[in-house]
Design a protein around this ligand. Structure first.
Ligand code: ATP
Length: 364
């Protein structure tokens, strides 16, 4: 019997159970066809956990995550969590901080090629977003929350930029540009003309890391002109390196260029742990209707397999690689079909989440 790997499944809120359920069954089917032995177990998080234990990220969930090989997380509707939640304000920030998931990798690729003229067919870029600091007050301090009211009419928000975080996220971006072999270009996003100190420190570290990558080019670009160029000439980007806030905003913009959030996967990764989680939120407007697009969560799961393949946990087990390719190929095939049953409504089709999923499974 081959080694079995533990995959934790955390459904999350809103459309979470629908898209995570779909990703899990696609993964189960693809793995069994490629000799990959996976053991799934569900862990409570978000409102499901709050209803049972009065907190959205129970310590038992955290402990079980520590003991598993990889995690699939659905969206968390943190903005509407009750104020008496012991994990207030944000479980996802806590996870990223507790497990040091410092890199958020967000590929943006044309998948609905040719069949929908609204979307360019030649986009293939990846946003590498720093995940632990910057303007995010739920994770940028050792203790406490990085926003406060010195008086009743004033709010102060702290931004944190550290040399270490800038260095390691730059290394991730340069390594990725090298591995992708596209144009070997890293575009570092900043606003150093205004955020002189913080973005200055960031750019300084980016330039230092670049010295170890003579085969990769570096371009430094203001965030505002990047927002424009993403619309005008998205095909020119390869790897976009950004700190937390700019990376977050640009990834929603970029997702819009290829069909929307239903197609935007992401991986939260550190040196020891990784978590599949789509870019989108809990989409309360369509939750429970059975129409959510599961592609983002499914592709995030394929990214987790690739991470496991090259990590110590995956021990170069080829089955991870093969399973990830099988999932990606099935998605590619399904999204280039002109049959409306092969797409969910957000990208012009008629399929429900479950119909889309079973058609995809039959293609594996
Ligand atoms: P949250 O408060 O959790 O961030 P939100 O609605 O503000 O939720 P998103 O969940 O990211 O933000 O959704 C933005 C829009 O994109 C919504 O109209 C939503 O329905 C749509 N959307 C997001 N994800 C999907 C998906 N997987 N399939 C179809 N539509 C989606």
């Amino acid at each position: 019997m081959s080694h079995s790997y533990k995959i934790a499944v955390l459904n999350g809120d809103g459309i979470g159970p629908e898209v995570v359920g779909s990703a899990r069954s696609v993964l189960e089917n693809a793995a069994s066809k490629n000799n990959l032995n996976l053991e799934f177990f569900e862990l409570p998080i978000g409102m499901e956990a709050y209803r049972k234990w009065g907190r959205t990220f129970p310590p038992e969930t955290m402990q079980s995550m520590r003991e598993s090989d990889g995690w699939i997380l659905g969206p968390l509707q943190s903005g509407s969590y009750p104020r008496d939640d012991k994990d207030y304000p944000m479980a996802s920030g806590k996870i990223r901080k507790a497990f040091d998931l410092y890199a958020n990798i967000r590929p943006v690729k044309s998948l609905v090629q040719g069949s929908d003229s609204r979307f360019p067919s030649n986009i293939d870029l990846v946003i590498v977003r720093e995940n632990t600091e910057d303007f995010y007050p739920d994770r940028n301090l050792f203790k406490g929350y990085g926003e406060f009211w010195p008086n009743q009419d004033t709010v102060v928000s702290l931004r944190v930029v550290t040399r270490n975080a800038c260095r390691r996220i730059s290394e991730t971006a340069f390594n990725l540009a090298r591995a992708r072999k596209k144009t070997r270009l890293v575009t570092a996003i900043h606003k150093a003309n205004v955020l002189i100190e913080g973005d200055g420190l960031f750019l300084g570290e980016v330039r230092k890391v670049k010295e170890s990558f003579p085969d990769v080019r570096l371009e430094e670009k203001l965030v505002d002109s990047t927002a424009l160029d993403l619309i005008l000439s998205p095909e020119n980007f390869d790897v976009i390196l950004a700190m937390n806030m700019f990376g977050d905003i640009l990834s929603d913009e970029a997702a819009g260029l290829v069909g929307g959030l239903g197609l935007a996967p992401s991986l939260n990764a550190g040196d020891k742990y990784a978590m599949a989680q789509s870019v989108h939120g809990s989409a309360p407007d369509i939750a429970g209707k059975g129409i959510a697009n599961p592609v983002a969560e499914i592709l995030s799961t394929a990214m987790l397999l690739d991470w496991l393949y090259s990590s110590e946990k995956g021990r170069n087990n080829e089955s991870f690689f093969k399973t990830a390719r099988a999932i990606e190929n099935a998605i590619k095939m399904q999204l280039t079909s002109s049959d409306p049953r092969d797409r969910t409504r957000d990208i012009g089709g008629q399929a429900s989440t479950t119909e889309f999923t079973s058609r995809l499974i039959s293609r594996l």
